[in-house]
Ligand binder design. Structure first.
Ligand code: PLP
Length: 370
C-alpha cells in the first residue's frame, strides 16, 4: 500500500558479466548505483511524469538542482537564453551571475511584453518562465509564450512550482519542459528538499546525464516523502487556493494594505489567465504591499502569531517572507524596481489553517503596527 523505501546506495549482482552489462546501460538493465537510478526515486519520477502528462521525469536534490541541470544540459558556452524577469531570486542570480562565468548568457524580458520576447528569441537557445511569477504571482500566458518559442524553433521551459500540476499542466499549453521545486506543493509538509524535471524521454536524456555527472540526485527518503505528499496534492492545493482568495479579499478591504496581488481576484491583471490556465483558481500564494515600507513590513511580520516568517511555500503551515529582504536579496535596488518589488512587499504562502484564524492574525498584526 505505502510505497517501499529502498535506501540502498548500491546493488549487487550474481555475476560480473551482468554487472558489467548493467553498468554500461546505466538505466533499464537493473539497478546499479543510486546516483544513476533507485527504485523509490523511480516511483516518484513516474508519479510526476503522470501528473504533468510527460513521458518521463528526472528527480533532483532540490529545485535549484533541477533548474541548473536543465540549463547545463541544454546550453553550451556561447549560448544565450531568454527568461521572464519575474523569477525566483536564485534562478535570477544563476542566469545573471553564475552561468555567464561559463559563457551562457540571458536576456530578461517582462513576462507580458511579448514583442520584446519575440525579438529577444532570435538566436536564443530556450525560453524560460514561471507559470505564476515570483514574488508578485503574475500568471504567464503559456500558450502565447509557447507559440513564440515554437516560431523560434526552441523549447519553452516552465517552472510550475507555484501552480503545481493540480492547477496547471504547462505541457498541455505547449511547454516542452516542466520543472518543480518539489520542496513546495509536491512535498507539501515542510520536510523535504527536492526538484524534478518533466519532459519527453529524448529531451530528458541530456538532463539525466548532467544529473549523473554532477550528482544533484534526489535521496530515496525524500522521494518517499514526495510520494506521500503527492497523495494529498489536489486536496491541499484546492484548500489553500480557496483560503488564499478569502485572505486576499480581506486584505483588499484593509486600510494598511496598499495593494494585493492574487491571480483570481477580479482586479488582478492575471484574472483572465487564471481562468484560462488554472480553472479560475489562484494557487496558495499571494503578495501584498504594507503601507509604511520596509520598517512597517518588518514590524507587521514580527507581530504575527499564527503565520510564521519562513522562506518557503506550498506546505501545511502559512509562511510569510519580506521579498526585498529574504527571497530577492540577489537583486540590487534597480533590479528590484524593474521586477516591481517594493520595500513593503510581503509574500504569503497560505497553508491549511482555518481561513478565519489567518485573517484574524493578519488584521491583528496590521492593527498593532498601524
Ligand atoms: N523555483 C521557485 C519558483 C521557487 O520558489 C524556488 C524556491 O523557493 C525554487 C525554484 C528553488 O527550489 P529549491 O529551494 O527546492 O531549490
Amino acid at each position: 500500500m505505502a510505497p517501499l523505501l529502498d535506501s540502498s546506495s548500491t546493488y549487487s549482482f550474481s555475476d560480473t558479466a551482468t554487472f558489467a552489462r548493467a553498468s554500461r546501460a546505466k538505466t533499464g538493465a537493473g539497478y546499479v548505483y543510486s546516483r544513476w537510478a533507485n527504485p523509490t526515486v523511480d516511483a516518484f519520477e513516474a508519479a510526476l511524469a503522470d501528473l504533468e502528462g510527460t513521458e518521463a521525469a528526472e528527480a533532483f536534490a532540490s529545485g535549484m538542482g533541477a533548474i541548473s541541470s536543465v540549463f547545463l544540459a541544454l546550453c553550451s558556452s556561447g549560448d544565450r537564453v531568454v527568461a521572464t524577469r519575474q523569477l525566483y531570486g536564485n534562478t535570477y542570480s544563476l542566469l545573471q551571475e553564475r552561468l555567464p562565468r561559463y559563457g551562457i548568457t540571458a536576456t530578461f524580458c517582462d513576462h507580458d511584453d511579448h514583442t520584446a520576447i519575440a525579438a529577444a528569441l532570435r538566436g536564443a537557445k530556450l525560453l524560460y518562465c514561471e507559470t505564476i511569477g515570483n514574488p508578485k504571482v503574475q500568471v504567464a500566458d503559456l500558450p502565447h509564450l509557447a507559440a513564440l518559442a515554437s516560431e523560434a524553433g526552441i523549447p519553452l521551459v516552465v517552472d510550475n512550482t507555484f501552480a503545481s500540476p493540480a492547477l496547471c499542466r504547462p505541457i498541455a499549453h505547449g511547454a516542452s519542459i516542466v520543472i518543480h521545486s518539489a520542496t513546495k506543493f509536491i512535498g507539501g509538509h515542510h520536510d523535504l528538499l527536492g526538484g524534478v524535471v518533466c519532459a519527453s524521454a529524448q529531451m530528458l536524456e541530456p538532463v539525466a546525464e548532467v544529473a549523473r555527472d554532477l550528482g544533484p540526485t534526489l535521496a530515496p527518503f525524500n522521494a518517499w516523502l514526495g510520494l506521500r505528499g503527492i497523495a494529498t496534492l489536489p486536496l491541499r492545493v484546492e484548500r489553500s487556493s480557496t483560503t488564499a482568495l478569502k485572505v486576499a479579499r480581506a486584505l483588499q478591504r484593509y486600510d494598511g494594505i496598499e495593494a494585493v496581488y492574487y491571480p483570481s481576484l477580479e482586479s488582478s491583471p492575471s484574472y483572465r489567465l487564471a481562468g484560462a490556465l488554472m480553472g479560475g483558481r489562484g494557487g496558495g500564494t499571494l503578495a501584498f504591499e504594507v503601507r509604511g515600507g520596509r520598517e512597517r513590513a518588518g514590524a507587521f511580520q514580527d507581530a504575527l502569531e499564527l503565520i510564521l516568517p519562513a522562506a518557503s511555500l506550498g506546505g501545511t503551515h502559512s509562511l510569510i517572507v519580506h521579498a526585498a529582504g529574504v527571497t530577492h536579496t540577489q537583486l540590487g535596488p534597480d533590479e528590484l524596481v524593474s521586477a516591481g518589488i517594493s520595500e513593503g512587499l510581503c509574500r504569503l504562502s497560505v497553508g491549511l489553517e482555518d481561513p478565519g484564524d489567518l485573517i484574524a492574525d493578519l488584521t491583528a498584526a496590521l492593527a498593532a503596527t498601524g
